[in-house]
Design a protein around this ligand. Structure first.
Ligand SMILES: *Cc1c(COP(=O)(O)O)cnc(C)c1O
Length: 282
């Protein structure tokens, strides 16, 4: 939404595509909406998909969206701010299937690569497009940075910039690709462990993802005996763990826990479960 404002398109140009029962973008609905827009003189030109939503770690059907983008000749952008790191883990990589066909992808090193804020990245497969958008020339700057280099001010919005890449380089130099991969895989496995523990304790996991964000509800919540707001408030006031609640797809209220630290261990998950249970029964 912010980007549409900044780009001068205005927010009236945005179409929010409904999601299916499993909270992924409804491909058939997207197709219909694009058809209707085209029929009424509008020109749909961009599909924005998410690979790992903030609320539920949901990955949109990227391959199907890439098919539509190809067929209708529109741009496919994938927001992989957090979930993109799954690409570093062979076991998790299939969850992002289709992302390799995107025209552009955003990915944040400050989410999952042990780098402080902010270190966002954008990848674009169309060199000429970013060049057309951002290339400028002045008489006081050299027109080329040399054979092997692209001047970032010619391909991005910023001119002067901090050396943001340095901290990412340090993190990668310290851990290596294998180390980062192992760290991310470990956190994903902690997410799996949390799902197992929640289910065993009688909670209902409502989001389907390989990523370690876990949204869970309970019969007590669905029946209205307890609200997610009450449970969150009770847990936060005790201060042992931090948790939030989400409204998935505008229809399912759930508690949301996200494993974001490589220091999370099994016992932390047990503390979370006992805090949840305590808040639920009181
Ligand atoms: C964190 C996140 C963002 C926000 O990105 P910033 O670069 O931190 O502003 C956008 N989309 C998703 C899916 C995210 O997880």
């Amino acid at each position: 939404m912010k980007i549409c404002r900044i780009a001068g398109l205005g927010t009236d140009t945005i179409r929010e595509v409904p999601t299916t029962a499993s909270f992924v973008m409804d491909v058939a609905a997207l197709r219909n909406m694009m058809g209707q827009d085209a029929a009424t003189g509008r020109s749909p030109f961009l599909i924005v998909a998410t690979a790992g939503t903030t609320a539920g770690g949901i990955v949109d059907p990227l391959a199907a969206l890439a098919d539509i983008a190809e067929e209708l000749k529109v741009w496919l952008h994938v927001d992989a701010a957090w979930g993109g790191a799954a690409a570093l883990v062979p076991r998790l990589r299939p969850a992002l299937r289709g992302i390799e066909r995107a025209d552009s992808v955003t990915w944040d090193a400050h989410k999952w690569l042990s780098v402080p804020m902010g270190a966002g990245m954008v990848f674009c497969r169309h060199r000429d497009a970013v060049r057309r958008a951002f290339d400028v020339s002045t008489s006081y700057m050299p027109s080329t940075a040399g054979e092997q280099t692209t001047e970032p001010y010619l391909t991005t919005l910023q001119w002067s910039r901090r050396a943001i890449g340095l901290k990412l380089f340090m993190s990668m130099a310290e851990r290596g690709e294998a180390g980062l991969s192992e760290q991310i895989d470990y956190q994903a496995r902690m997410g799996d462990a949390l799902r197992t523990k929640l289910t065993a304790a009688g909670w209902i996991v409502v989001n389907d993802t390989m990523l370690p964000v876990v949204c869970a509800t309970h019969e007590d919540i669905r029946s209205g005996r307890r609200t997610t707001t009450d449970i969150v408030r009770s847990i936060q006031s005790r201060g042992r763990v931090w948790i939030s609640d989400v409204h998935l797809g505008g229809r399912e209220k759930a508690l949301r826990a996200c494993v974001t630290s490589f220091r999370t261990v099994d016992e932390d998950l047990d503390v979370l479960i006992s805090e949840l249970e305590r808040a639920r029964v009181t």
